[in-house]
Design a binder for this molecule. Structure first.
Ligand code: SAM
Length: 325
């Protein structure tokens, strides 16, 4: 994880509340900060789709080739697989109590999980606990599948963390207050790889639906202070292929400027102010006061051509890599 040299402060805005303000120049592409979640959880339907990830840090336990083969139902050989795929199966371990039910990418993750919450939640503790957790998950899946917007296990893990460490509640109170890796230099090869990725995603979408890059959800303290803009100057990404959140600058951000992200998916950003605001009001319960909306304040209240009723009802955040609220 990058060593954050802090180039921002948390200030207070009269309308938006807490906000992140740049205190030094932040350059395009720079990682503004990286942070670990207070707690995170895989979605329950990962198991239904036979997706296997570390129960603690969400690192995939399957190889990249296994991943695309599972999702496309075809045996696919990937270029640069040996050099790029970081899955190291020799390090994978099961929970010492509940076995394969809880798998981890390393002994360290198993130990962290146990120390933080899993001591309370381990199925080996009692049959009653295991039954109750299974019932809770089944009930949640019957309400939310598919898609499941956040996992009930996030809440369960929060409660377990509080049980194992009473000071965790203070962190939560504070909280409530408040791939791209270029493997080839040859442009033709890059183009071929881009086409391969596009084709794979099309195939996966046909077989597995549109929830491919959503693996779980987490609570991120610093990220929760970042306000929305319909023309954001930064974006959240998961560069380490696990639960570490990275905030990346999309343009140069000068001292004194607010650091913003877009709560909407990219395809929503060019829609009319009226459409964007309607969506934000209905789903995030605030009226957007970002510079773009202020500029377009006098635009007529028309819906974008591409908007239709189904779009307005679907959640543009549903297919983010991680939901991080
Ligand atoms: C994730 S929080 C961001 C941090 C927040 N300002 C705080 O004090 O905790 C989201 C909330 O910030 C406010 N907010 C974020 N972006 C905004 C915007 N563009 N216009 C108005 N309010 C905004 C809304 O109250 C929204 O519910």
């Amino acid at each position: 994880m990058a060593n954050n040299s802090v180039k921002f402060s948390i200030n207070h805005d009269a309308i938006k509340g807490r906000c992140l303000i740049a205190t030094e120049t932040i350059h395009t592409g720079e990682i503004i900060f990286e942070e670990l979640p207070l707690v995170c959880s895989q979605f329950l339907w990962n198991a239904e789709c036979k997706y296997d990830a570390c129960q603690f840090c969400l690192t995939p336990l399957e190889t990249a080739e296994e991943n695309v083969s599972r999702l496309t139902k075809e045996q696919i050989k990937l270029p640069y697989f040996e050099q790029c795929c970081q899955t190291n199966k020799s390090k994978h371990v099961d929970c010492l109590g509940c076995g394969q039910k809880e798998r981890y990418c390393s002994i360290e993750c198993r130990q962290h999980a146990f120390e933080i919450y899993h001591q309370t939640l381990c199925y080996s503790r009692s049959e009653e606990l295991a039954n109750n957790l299974n019932k809770l998950c089944d009930l949640w899946k019957s309400i939310h599948y598919p898609p499941e917007t956040a996992s009930i296990m996030l809440l369960v893990k929060i409660l377990a963390r509080i049980k194992q460490d009473s000071t965790f509640i203070q962190k939560l109170q504070q909280f409530s207050k408040n791939c791209e890796r270029l493997v080839a230099n040859n442009p033709d090869e890059c183009e071929q790889i881009n086409q391969l990725v596009e084709t794979l995603f099309e195939k996966m979408e046909k077989i597995s639906g549109c929830f491919l890059n959503t693996e779980g959800s987490g609570l991120y303290e610093l990220q929760s202070c970042i306000n929305h803009s319909c023309q954001p100057n930064s974006e959240v990404c998961f560069l380490h292929n696990n639960f570490i959140l990275s905030l990346k600058a999309l343009e140069t951000i000068n001292p004194g400027e607010e650091i913003t992200i877009c709560y909407l998916d990219e395809c929503w950003r060019d829609r009319s102010r009226h459409s964007r605001n309607k969506y934000i009001r209905e789903n995030y319960l605030f009226t957007c006061q970002c510079p773009k909306c202020q500029q377009q304040m006098n635009d007529p209240d028309v819906t974008s051509d591409e908007d239709d009723d189904s779009d307005l009802q679907s959640n543009p955040d549903d297919d983010e890599a991680m939901n991080c609220d």
